[in-house]
Ligand binder design. Structure first.
Ligand code: OXD
Ligand code: MN
Length: 644
């Protein structure tokens, strides 16, 4: 391979005025139609037997008036075709085939780089049902606004129709969605992140329900108008969820959770509503499999706010000799009570949409190995050799980088080369430690649930709840320093109950009650134990006290042992805030950490804790009468114990 200059990887000027697909046939089925074809009897009927889907697509074609309609089959050929088209248009940059085979870099518009919570709405019939953690708008008002926004919004563009399945194909816990989008970037990401195309469509019989998801970048093209590499419409952005009718409408943004509607919109916001109706839980959680040196296998889920290291923990390399960690999921878990009273989890996703900065062979070698080919990279830097780079990937950045905005970059530039919320999209199947159970239709039985956040002070390294109710309170009390995954000020501590604040699709007080209800239906012996953890505690000089990364396995090992231990085994000590690791109970052999530091990590400052309780009480007041009364009871008891 001849070295090439970075400039030869700059996006080509947009030579192609619109997304012109050849009117072709791929496989047995014609895929691309003009908008005039779509109303013709027989056209969509040859594609699906689901009459609701047919009517919905027809309705949206007449609303959005795309130039053409592309029915996605999810094949590799389709993916390659759309990537090639996007390269030709100047939207994707193909990375060097020997360094990063079949992979692409995409640069977003600088005004479209993260989820926009301020423009995300839950449009329930009653405002109360959206609760205090959501923006609310009356569904008929919102529908009216959306009809206006979507009217003719796909002019000059192609409408892609993307059937997808969240969860293993054939699992009773999976759900089918169909996303309509005018973004080929969305199609390519959905191919990696979900079970997409024919395999999902095949599951839709005449009457199978599906979740309709419509997305537009919100930038129609006039006849002959040149497109831009990343069309979007930040001023008009709106991401709307209709919990009663289970619909998602997203306009104006092409980025991540705003546009890949299977992820946060369906698998969390709408799924959390379905879960509350159907008796299960849709959570912002990783799922990991851990095998100890006695070959015992257990599964753990963990809820951590966005960009707090879920992906790193989900696939970490444990430092305990003989212990193995494998990944079932890194972001979302759907948890269903089984007939045996245990809680079973599936990962509804098929890929990782991870934060790139900070990911390295040191911090997460298994993620790095998942990224060697067949990946999309968004808003990372480009090397002169045609590969990707981001802060933290190597200590020294390569010379001659082009930053995420497409400008030459040096360490003196005073900006970061990759955007802090730059992302990789990688197939989960490429992860060297993907668990065999990743595709298990019945899910995996969960022994422990962790709740954590970035908390420099106050929260101990680990603490086990004494009851399901206390565990639910731990989940509701999660707060964390804000990260770049969403708009806003990075570093501020904010409440993020269950790491789900941006994702609970209904009243969070009702959501807490639902968690309590699910617990009541579980077998007390078989139900997972609940823990709060904090890898981010700092000493007075601001240094992290716990090494984290692979050493977190030591805390997981303690948690699993503590979960099934009696008090007599002295793995934990009772305290006003829960069961804390007993001195020496976390295995620190082989790591450089003294007993004094461990003691501090496993303890708490009663004054800070009183302030924490007061802060939580204030926050909980915002939930009014929906807040479960048991929360105040537990907090009262804690306060009393603290004063003894
Ligand atoms: C994510 C997020 O993309 O939580 O996973 O923002
Ligand atoms: Mn997430």
């Amino acid at each position: 391979m001849q070295p090439v200059s970075a400039s030869s990887y700059a996006p080509a000027p947009c030579a192609v005025p619109t997304q012109a697909h050849a009117q072709h046939e791929v496989g047995p089925m014609r895929k691309v139609f003009s908008k005039e074809d779509i109303p013709q009897e027989g056209v969509l009927e040859a594609w699906t037997v689901n009459s609701d889907l047919i009517s919905w697509v027809r309705e949206k074609v007449s609303l959005c008036t795309p130039d053409e309609v592309y029915l996605c089959d999810g094949s590799d050929e389709e993916y390659t075709e759309l990537c090639d088209l996007s390269v030709e248009k100047g939207s994707f940059i193909k990375l060097d085939e020997t360094l990063r085979p079949n992979s692409y870099l995409v640069r977003s518009d600088p005004d479209d780089v993260a989820r926009v919570e301020s423009k995300t709405f839950i449009c329930s019939e009653s405002k109360e049902d959206a609760g205090p953690t959501n923006n609310w708008k009356d569904p008929s008002v919102m529908k009216h606004e959306l009809q206006g926004k979507f009217s003719e919004c796909m002019k000059g563009r192609t409408m892609y129709v993307i059937p997808f399945c969240m969860g293993p194909i054939g699992s009773p816990m999976s759900k089918i969605g169909v996303e309509i989008s005018d973004s080929p970037y969305v199609v390519c990401n959905m191919k990696i992140m979900t079970r997409m195309g024919e395999q999902a469509l095949d599951k839709l019989t005449e009457a199978t329900p599906f979740i309709p998801c419509i997305h537009s970048v919100g930038q129609p093209l006039a006849h002959g108008e040149q497109d831009v590499p990343w069309p979007c419409n930040p001023d008009e952005t709106c991401i709307a969820h209709f919990p009663e009718t289970k619909e998602i409408w997203s306009f104006g943004s092409g980025y991540g959770g705003n546009a890949l509607l299977g992820k946060k919109c369906l698998a969390l916001r709408i799924a959390s509503v379905m879960a509350s109706e159907e008796g299960w839980l849709a959570e912002h959680m990783l799922i990991l499999k851990i095998t100890n040196s006695d070959s015992e296998v257990k599964f753990i889920t963990g809820a951590f706010p966005s960009a707090c290291g879920k992906t790193n923990l989900a696939m970490h390399t444990p430092t305990i000799p003989g212990c193995k960690v494998e990944c079932v999921g890194d972001d979302i878990a759907w948890l269903h009570p089984g007939d045996d009273g245990k809680l079973y989890a599936i990962n509804p996703e098929a890929g990782f949409f991870g934060v790139a900065p900070g990911t390295s062979m040191e911090s997460n070698p298994n993620a790095m190995k998942s990224l060697t080919e067949n990946c999309l990279f968004t808003n990372v830097a480009l090397t002169p050799a045609g590969d990707v780079w981001w802060e933290g990937m190597t200590d020294v950045p390569p010379d001659g980088l082009i930053d995420w905005r497409g400008n030459p970059w040096t360490p003196e530039s005073g900006t970061t080369a990759a955007h802090p919320n730059a992302r990789f999209t990688a197939p989960a199947s490429q992860c060297p430690v993907i668990a065999d159970e990743f595709d298990a239709p019945d899910g995996v039985p969960i022994s422990a649930i962790l709740f954590g956040g970035r908390r420099p002070g106050t929260i101990p390294l680990a603490c086990m709840a004494r009851s399901w109710e206390e565990g639910v309170l731990m989940g509701a009390s999660v707060s964390s320093q804000k990260t770049a995954a969403a708009e806003g000020t990075v570093g501020e501590i904010r409440h993020d109950p269950f790491a789900m604040k941006p994702f609970i699709g209904y009243n969070a007080g009702d959501y807490f009650r639902h968690w309590l209800e699910v617990g009541k239906g579980l077998d007390p012996e078989g139900a997972p134990k609940i823990f709060s953890v904090n890898w981010f505690r700092q000493d007075q000089e601001g240094n992290f006290m716990w090494p984290g990364f692979g050493d977190n396995s030591r805390v997981l090992e303690w948690a699993l042992k503590a979960a099934s231990a009696s008090e007599a085994e002295k793995l934990y000590v009772d305290s006003p805030i829960g069961l804390l690791p007993a001195p020496g109970s976390i295995d620190t052999r082989g790591i450089n950490i003294d007993a004094g530091t461990m003691e501090k990590l496993a303890s708490f400052d009663p004054t800070k804790w009183e302030a924490e309780i007061a802060g939580n009480r204030d926050y909980f007041e915002t939930f009014g009468k929906t807040l479960p009364p048991v929360f105040s009871k537990i907090l009262d008891a804690m306060e009393e114990d603290l004063q003894v």
